[in-house]
Design a protein around this ligand. Structure first.
Ligand SMILES: Cc1cc2nc3c(=O)[nH]c(=O)nc-3n(C[C@H](O)[C@H](O)[C@H](O)COP(=O)(O)OP(=O)(O)OC[C@H]3O[C@@H](n4cnc5c(N)ncnc54)[C@H](O)[C@@H]3O)c2cc1C
Length: 481
């Protein structure tokens, strides 16, 4: 059977040597860089399908009935479940899962494009995002064949709702300090879990939970697939939140919760690495979500600025308004270029691994891991842009922006979470630098030293060219020497 990934990825062999973080020092030619104009018709069709889904099922009912969408959790839980089911029927719950397990088997870049489009689904972006990413990828990437067969087709079709449970009341950023404990029974048939998790997206109605816990006195976390109906498992109240109110967020509790030993996911103590690796994918998706939020905001901003008259003219004529729109466009354009360039690099890496006989899930896992630095950077820039753009578009609307009926204040509140989950922006900022230093100075995957040594020559050559130092001439210093 033709591999869906090979079929869809338009490869350029010269790109596949690229190393994550290498953009700092590598020479890059135009051929190395994927631009969004290169998306195929099929990829753009998927994007349109997701936008259509969000507009018809989320935006239109919202704008018709005022605040209906926000009142849905917990009161209208069934509406969210029906939406998930509808998304599943269209194949949208299985975008990252291969066809062999009932998914669409999209390449990485299309999956990220999908996420840009999903930003127009407000809180549902978080719901479907957890289903297609953090809730299901641990099984797809790390599960054994039996676990994949048992759970993935249900997740891909939307019949099973998935969630990811890492955070605890006393362990957030410091995730490996989690206290939830797993004890193996004397006969080795099951684990007994005790502890609690907090802020679990989809947790109010999920069927399966990827739970991270420490087995006995292990130093590192292990991961388990926990089903909702296991004895000793319970779900708390829905959290009252600033935004994404249509997204379920709960605490979950384990009181001698019995989990069959075959539900250990991956190796013992491999859970912490797994948790971090899964977050890489979630992070770059927040990057493309930022692109979606930027485009949404700029469209709404331009529409209103052309229509709204003050001082006998459209407010679009005023420089301050133009500057707001221009800044959102500039930042969106830059982020879009960076996101899809990176995604294509990830795809090239994945394809190379598949060609070397590594399975689709492991190839995807390691392909994105290679670009962990970029994922962390793009998460920060995407979240910042989502918050900035939704704030500025509200400002362009003046008092109307603050009114609930336009949905802009909802977009503003919804976007704020992106700076907090999938690792706070602060943590991701530090992580990108720490990874870069590791690759540059410890594992030597990036030649930071070599690039650093060239700087004095670059400064001297500028001096001889201009008879002055670059700082005196104001010449642009090219760090990629
Ligand atoms: C709506 C929502 C949905 C969520 N969904 C999920 C989910 O599905 N699954 C899941 O497991 N978790 C989920 N989370 C949890 C989320 O990932 C955590 O809230 C986040 O990682 C931060 O952890 P914390 O809240 O414990 O903050 P803390 O770790 O206590 O951090 C508090 C502050 O200190 C800063 N800080 C911490 N350590 C450092 C450091 N070393 N240096 C500098 N600053 C630091 C942080 O940046 C932050 O500003 C969700 C959270 C929310 C609010």
């Amino acid at each position: 059977m033709e591999d869906p990934l090979t079929k869809k990825v338009n490869t350029n062999p010269s790109r596949s040597h690229l190393t994550g973080g290498g953009f700092i020092v590598d020479d890059t030619t135009p051929d190395d860089i994927f631009i969004s104009e290169e998306f195929t018709e099929e990829q753009l069709m998927i994007k349109e399908m997701v936008i259509d889904f969000c507009v018809h099922n989320i935006q239109e009912p919202f704008f018709k009935n005022g605040r209906e969408l926000e009142a849905t959790i917990p009161e209208d839980r069934n509406k969210i479940l029906a939406l998930l089911k509808k998304a599943g029927d269209l194949g949208l719950c299985g975008i990252s899962i291969s066809e062999a397990y009932g998914g669409m088997g999209l390449d990485f870049n299309t999956g990220i494009l999908f996420n840009e489009a999903l930003a127009s689904g407000f809180a549902f972006a978080t719901t479907l995002g957890a289903q297609t990413s953090i809730g299901s990828l641990p099984i797809y990437y790390y599960g054994n064949e039996q676990q994949k067969q048992q759970y993935l087709p249900g997740i891909a079709s939307g019949k099973l709702i998935a969630s990811y449970a890492l955070t605890e009341p006393n362990s957030g950023s410091d995730a490996n300090s989690a206290k939830t404990k797993a004890l193996l029974s004397a006969d080795g048939t099951n684990y007994s879990l005790n502890g609690q998790k907090i802020w679990i997206t989809n947790g109010g109605f999920a069927d399966i939970y990827i739970v991270f816990a420490k087995i006995e006195d292990d130093k590192n976390l292990s991961a388990f697939i926990v089903e909702r109906n296991y004895p000793g498992f319970s779900v708390g109240e829905e959290a009252k939140k600033m935004g994404i109110k249509a997204s379920s967020t709960v605490q979950i509790f384990f009181d001698n919760c019995i989990v069959p030993s075959q539900n250990l996911l991956g190796d013992r103590e491999a859970g912490f690495k797994m948790a971090l690796n899964i977050l890489n994918t979630g992070r770059i998706k927040i990057g493309s979500g930022g692109v979606g939020a930027g485009k949404f905001s700029v469209t709404k901003g331009i529409e209103y600025a052309l229509k709204r008259q003050q001082f006998n003219q459209p407010i679009a004529n005023f420089g301050a308004v133009k500057q707001k729109i221009g800044t959102i466009i500039t930042r969106t354009y830059a982020l879009e270029a960076a996101v899809y360039r990176t995604d294509k690099n990830v795809d090239e890496k994945i394809l190379k691994k598949i060609k070397n006989g590594i399975n689709d899930g492991t190839s995807k896992l390691n392909g994105v891991k290679e670009f962990a630095i970029e994922c962390a950077i793009l998460k920060v820039v995407g979240a910042d842009l989502a918050c900035y753009a939704t704030d500025e578009v509200m400002q362009i609307h003046g008092g109307m922006g603050y009114a609930a009926e336009l949905g802009l204040e909802m977009a503003y509140r919804d976007s704020r979470i992106t700076k907090i989950y999938e690792g706070t922006n602060d943590i991701n900022g530090m992580l990108s630098v720490a990874e870069l230093i590791k690759k540059g100075l410890k594992t030597n995957e990036i030649d930071l030293n070599g690039a650093g040594k060239k700087i004095p020559f670059m400064v001297l050559s500028e001096y001889f060219r201009w008879g002055k130092s670059p700082l005196e001439t104001g010449a642009k210093v090219d760090a990629k020497v």
